[in-house]
Write a protein of this length. Structure first.
Length: 248
């Protein structure tokens, strides 16, 4: 049986480049090793944090402390989220945080069962929320909020101390302005080709034609960097694209 892992997929830029959507693809509905992680256990907490190209952030949260509200992983069919594109082209970092709610049922085939490093959340909007990490395997039926459970659980900071299974990061290259720039450059380049036709020397000396070629090369470089998770390279290539677009 599978173990739980948070996951993001299907980042899609909307027509008009005003927003982007992404899907929480965590395996809530798989046959999991421990029932504490089935979809029905996620009743309180889920966040999606978007970090824009300038370092600013936009947060979608199920506990009311974000810029927008999203549901928890329960029920199924509510796992795709949309957020605005407000900072133009560049590399966007999207992080999902998702934690199951602690349940009081005894461990077993139908009750929750937690292993070393597993995390849970307790609380409500009035009293606040607390996050706990399991200190032992075979952890079930031990209320994290009780002093007697201190050998079973430790309180953690949200989301600084979350373990890898509870969060996922997706990097996305947004090229909306670059696409518009390329469209204009290609139109100008086509007009040059009509005038010059087969004279390659004249084409190579024409600024409009060469700028269109450069922009196409840079866009391909950005897409290649994104496919290979070379995000520092992509950021440098975006800087070059911005300079080239000013030449149009």
């Amino acid at each position: 049986m599978a173990t739980f892992k948070a996951s993001l997929s299907n980042a899609t830029v909307a027509t008009g480049c005003t927003s982007m959507s992404i899907t929480d693809n965590s395996n809530y509905d798989a046959t999991l090793m421990y029932s504490g992680y089935i979809r029905s256990r996620f009743t309180i907490y889920r966040k999606v944090v978007i970090e824009y190209t300038d370092g600013s952030k936009y947060t979608l949260s199920s506990i009311g402390d974000g810029d927008g509200v999203i549901p928890t992983a329960q029920p199924a069919g509510s796992d795709t989220f949309t957020f605005p594109i407000t900072k133009g082209d560049g590399v966007y970092k999207i992080t999902l945080y998702t934690i199951p709610t602690w349940f009081t049922a005894a461990p077993g085939p139908t009750g929750p069962y937690y292993s070393l490093g597993d995390m849970v959340v307790q609380g409500n909007a009035i009293d606040g929320y607390k996050f706990y990490e399991s200190l032992q395997n075979g952890n079930g039926g031990n209320d994290p909020s009780l002093p007697a459970s201190s050998t079973w659980w430790k309180e953690i900071t949200e989301p600084t101390d979350f373990s890898l299974k509870h969060y996922a990061i997706e990097m996305v290259a947004v090229v909306c302005a670059l696409n518009c720039c390329i469209e204009e450059a290609l139109h100008s380049a086509f007009c040059v080709i009509e005038d010059v036709e087969c004279c390659e020397d004249d084409l190579c000396k024409n600024d409009k034609f060469m700028n269109a070629v450069k922009l196409m090369v840079v866009k391909q470089a950005i897409e290649t960097s994104a496919e290979n998770n070379m995000w520092l390279n992509a950021e440098k290539q975006f800087q070059l694209a911005s300079k080239l677009c000013k030449c149009c």
